[in-house]
Design a protein around this ligand. Structure first.
Ligand SMILES: NC(=O)c1ccc[n+]([C@@H]2O[C@H](COP(=O)([O-])OP(=O)(O)OC[C@H]3O[C@@H](n4cnc5c(N)ncnc54)[C@H](O)[C@@H]3O)[C@@H](O)[C@H]2O)c1
Ligand SMILES: O=C(O)C1=N[C@H](C(=O)O)CCC1
Length: 266
């Protein structure tokens, strides 16, 4: 059986380097090339800290996607470049698997439309950890019975986007499930701006950024005389890799864009 050949964008990043280690050990995926901001023409194995892999590094994403024969682009970069790379991949017949977070709703709609026009599969998943996907699904279910909810997400202090993609997706899933609902006191006033966090359809999202953290979220539901907390913790970026592999495999069988790993889980 042919291996699925992958371009990885962001190979020196925390997630990108973990994805290289996953691909190196995997029997079904292979590394075709990388896209980085530096190291044009060098090989992955020449970069300190990266696995011993012979794939070439490109700094021009467009040239990479035109020159390299690849099935899948795995993007783990920044919101700005992740969006550009995803678009380029679809335009060049390469299926994107995107972990990069921070895309706007308009960008997601545009990419969904492009995938449909090209009839190419694409997976954009704000969280590849199976436990986090379950946390989001359980939260959606719980909101039917507990419509009063707040989300606390906690990440390392190098994270660019807030709220996290996971928190935004959780709020979206809850919004889809719960009846129209106003929560909190209607006359509530913040005496320090931002004290109540971001407002998503009346749900508050609180973003914590501290060194020492990886990726963590609590979804707290309040009811009469009780609370329910659904919590997930990623302590290591290995936690995301089975999801990246699943997405890179299943995207080959898709001809539309799916947003969220739950669409690929049984
Ligand atoms: N979906 C998930 O499960 C999941 C999990 C963790 C992180 N993330 C997201 O993945 C992204 C990366 O996270 P990280 O922790 O690895 O960040 P990081 O800062 O460690 O890595 C990002 C990498 O992208 C590279 N980069 C920036 N611009 C580039 C460009 N134009 N071309 C190529 N490479 C470029 C940077 O050099 C850096 O090495 C973030 O958006 C983060 O929110 C998603
Ligand atoms: O480390 C990050 O950055 C993460 N980002 C994702 C998000 O924004 O939800 C998922 C977890 C890690």
């Amino acid at each position: 059986m042919n291996k699925i050949s992958c371009i990885v964008a962001g190979p020196r990043g925390k997630m990108g380097s973990e994805a290289l280690r996953m691909i190196e050990k995997d029997d079904t995926l292979e590394l075709a090339a990388c896209i980085d901001r530096k190291h044009e023409g060098e090989r992955v194995q020449d970069i300190d800290g990266l696995p011993s892999m012979g794939a070439i590094i490109y700094t021009d994403a467009e040239i990479c996607m035109q020159e390299v024969e690849a099935d899948v682009l795995i993007d783990l970069t920044t919101p700005e470049y992740g969006y550009k790379h995803t678009k380029l991949a679809l335009e060049n017949g390469i299926r994107p698997v995107v972990g990069t977070t921070g895309f706007s709703d308009d960008q997601l709609s545009e990419l969904r439309q492009l995938a449909e026009t090209k009839q190419l599969g694409a997976v954009i998943a704000p969280n590849f950890a199976v436990g986090a996907v379950l946390m989001m699904q359980f939260s959606k279910w719980a909101s039917k019975h507990f419509p009063d909810v707040e989300i606390i997400e906690k990440h390392h202090d190098q994270k660019l986007d807030a709220p996290s993609g996971t928190a935004a997706k959780t709020a979206q899933l809850i919004q889809e499930e719960r009846e129209e609902h106003k929560q909190g006191h209607e006359n509530e006033k913040e005496t320090i701006e931002g004290a109540r966090g971001a407002n998503y359809d009346g749900m508050r999202i609180h973003s914590v950024r501290l060194p020492g953290l990886v990726a963590h979220q609590e979804v707290i539901f309040g009811g009469l005389g009780q609370t329910l907390t659904i919590k997930h913790d990623s302590y290591h970026r290995e936690s995301f890799m089975s999801g990246v592999k699943l997405a890179a495999t299943e995207v080959m069988n898709l001809d539309v864009l799916v947003y969220g790993l739950e669409h690929l889980l049984d």
